[in-house]
Write a new protein. Structure first.
Length: 367
């Protein structure tokens, strides 16, 4: 029912282990390896302490694993894997049906988790972990991770991906998430920087407090910024902006930009769809944008502003602005078609005399 091994130099398997309860194996005195990968075993609960030695286990069904200390840990062909608190250099799990945690994991190197064969969920949010680098292939499964400090994301494949981190979140690989990616670093106002590689995220929700956000996206993206400092989005297809709050917003190379909620940007909103000549439609909600800069090429621009708006450099085929406050210029407006500015709701001034503009047709209603 139980197996206990202490003070061994190393452990290898020459047959199949069937242990219905707990196997407790200790090679820490010699920092010896524990290699149970020549056969596939059935062990209910496995506790290992290998010091700096490596651990390799091939398991046929469900397993509860506790790694008191180890170097590299590899678990293959398991059913549902439960990870108790543990400490190791690297953790690799392949072909698991699902993965859950019951205690805090400390992995100084890479945590590489694969449940793609079963499309199983990976839930590491019961405890707060220190994982350094996380790589995941969950297939159609969802992934939830609670990290105590900074975390680097390697290749991530999942249906949904949620990360709460006490430090910065960065990328060393590519994120492919078909549903929603939700990243929260607001606890310590840490940055979310996902610009080393180009990702496919579908919907991204970020909360960084005053931390900055930088994302490089390969195709269409719905973005919700609950809180952030500077936000930069590059190389997206069609960009949909949900309600959000940030210091500055910069979008480059988008195919188009539309709004699905009210934006609050205390600094500058800089939107560029000129490569695709895409339209920028921020007229579905009323925003607070402060300074507005646009390069839409031959695309059109529509903005609904709750108060005053400062127009920096604007390039578009048509520009329509409705503002609750004054409209002024700090840059040059180049609009080949019609520019329509309406401040009549607040009887506010329209003053475009700081620079010399090229407007073709100008329609104003200032009340």
């Amino acid at each position: 029912a139980n197996l206990t091994v202490t003070e061994a130099d190393s452990i290898t398997d020459a047959g199949v282990l069937s242990i219905t309860s707990t196997a407790d194996i200790d090679t820490s005195l010699a920092n010896g390896n524990i290699d149970l990968n020549n056969n596939t075993h059935s062990i209910g609960s496995l506790i290992v302490d290998a010091g700096t030695g490596n651990v390799d286990i091939d398991e046929t069904d469900a397993l509860t694993l506790q790694v008191d200390n180890a170097g590299d840990v590899t678990v293959d062909s398991v059913g549902a894997l439960t990870l108790n608190a543990g400490s190791m250099s690297n953790l690799t799990v392949t072909e698991a049906a699902s993965i859950v945690d019951t205690g805090a994991l400390t992995v100084t190197g890479t945590t590489d988790l694969d449940t793609s064969l079963a499309g199983g969920d990976i839930d590491l949010d019961t405890a707060t972990h220190s994982l350094a680098t996380l790589t995941v292939n969950a297939g159609a499964g969802s992934v939830d991770v609670d990290e105590t400090d900074a975390i680097a994301l390697g290749n991530i494949t999942a249906a949904n991906f949620t990360v709460s981190a006490g430090g910065a979140v960065s990328d060393t690989g590519t994120l492919t998430v078909s549903g929603t990616t939700d990243i929260d670093t607001a606890a310590n106002n840490s940055d979310i920087i996902l610009n080393t590689n180009t990702h496919s995220l579908n919907t991204l929700i970020v909360e960084a407090g005053t931390g900055d956000v930088d994302i490089d996206e390969t195709d269409a993206l719905t973005l919700q910024v609950d809180s952030a400092g500077d936000v930069a989005v590059d190389s997206v297809g069609a960009l949909t902006l949900n309600a959000g709050s940030m210091a500055n917003l910069t979008v480059t190379d988008a195919a188009s930009v539309t709004d699905a909620g009210a934006l609050t940007v205390t600094g500058t909103t800089d939107l560029d769809t000129s490569t695709a000549n895409g339209n920028i439609d921020l007229g579905n909600n009323t925003h607070s944008l402060n300074i507005f800069t646009v390069a839409a090429g031959t695309g059109t621009v529509l903005v609904d502003e709750t108060d005053a708006l400062d127009l920096d450099d604007i390039m578009a085929s048509a520009l329509t602005i409705t503002a609750g406050g004054a409209v002024s210029d700090s840059g040059t407006l180049t609009v080949s078609g019609t520019t329509d500015i309406d401040t009549s709701a607040g009887n506010a001034d329209i003053t475009l005399n700081t620079n010399t503009h090229s407007l073709a047709t100008l329609v104003v209603d200032a009340g």
